[in-house]
Design a protein around this ligand. Structure first.
Ligand code: ZN
Length: 268
């Protein structure tokens, strides 16, 4: 176990007195390395809560800059951050929340060339991305690397969360084998989002991430949690690993990473 400073004992006292966390669990969090895909709507609450909880290393991958229209929901950033890199703004917010956290900014888009070298540095990937090419790329790379993903996505008033854990449950392609064809994906103009929604979905992702790091409770492996903010319904769907999955099935047909073309930049 780490030798906590007096300040750390006080900072993490409400965790340390929980028997499910304790000093050992807190040490585990401080020694964990988590990668956030995206510092936007979902990445904001994920980053803030993982930092507050004392996850010791947080990588953040995002190549975007803060825009005024982001501030309706992206609570890692503020008005004075407009025009600055999201990774930089996120790092400042996270360090202010908890100086124990080491932030590793990756100011780039993930693609087939850099994916392995970035992902292999982390224990767990929390996916808050806003586009299909990235989602499929991360899924495929994580199946190949055997790394768990806490997946979240949102659309207008609805969101979903699941945990994709290689060898323990389905991968993203078991559920959705291929990206949707162009005509079926929501067009850029239609893609509004209710500002609080990513707060709820991202916070659930943070809960799942911390549970995996601590190995406590029951995770959403094999379950898709669906949330509707208008009706305030939570539904849970059972998911099964597909033995014919092109990625994680018995005879995988996808053996290298694919850079799908981005047909619409739905920016959350
Ligand atoms: Zn699969």
């Amino acid at each position: 176990m780490l030798n906590f400073t007096n300040e750390q004992i006080e900072r993490y006292s409400r965790h340390i007195i929980l028997k499910e966390v304790g000093g050992l669990g807190q040490t585990r969090l401080l020694e964990s390395k988590v990668l956030l895909i995206g510092a936007g709507g979902l990445g904001s609450p994920i980053g803030v809560y993982l930092a507050a909880a004392g996850v010791g290393t947080l990588g953040i991958i995002d190549d975007d800059v803060v825009d005024l229209s982001n501030l309706q929901r992206q609570i890692l950033h503020g008005t004075s951050d407009i025009g600055t890199l999201k990774t930089k703004s996120a790092e400042a917010t996270i360090i202010e929340m908890n100086p124990d956290v080491k932030v590793i900014p990756h100011n780039e888009r993930i693609n087939s060339e850099n994916a392995f070298s970035i992902l292999e540095q982390y224990d767990l990937i929390v996916d808050g991305c806003d586009n299909f090419p990235t989602r499929y790329l991360i899924n495929d790379a994580c199946v190949m690397l055997g790394k768990p993903i806490v997946h979240g996505s949102i659309f207008q008033f609805e969101g979903q969360v699941t945990v994709l854990y290689p060898n323990k449950g389905p991968c993203y392609r078991c559920i959705f084998p291929e990206p949707p064809p162009q005509g079926l994906a929501p067009s850029c103009q239609e893609a509004g989002v209710f500002g609080v929604l990513p707060g709820i979905i991202g916070t659930i992702q943070a809960v799942e991430a911390i549970k995996i790091l601590l190995d406590i409770g029951e995770s959403l492996i094999g379950s898709l949690l669906l949330f509707n903010a208008l009706t305030m319904d939570f539904k849970r769907m059972k998911l099964r690993q597909d033995e014919n999955c092109a990625m994680c099935g018995e005879k995988p047909t996808i053996t290298e990473l694919i850079d799908y073309e981005e047909f619409c930049e739905v920016r959350w």
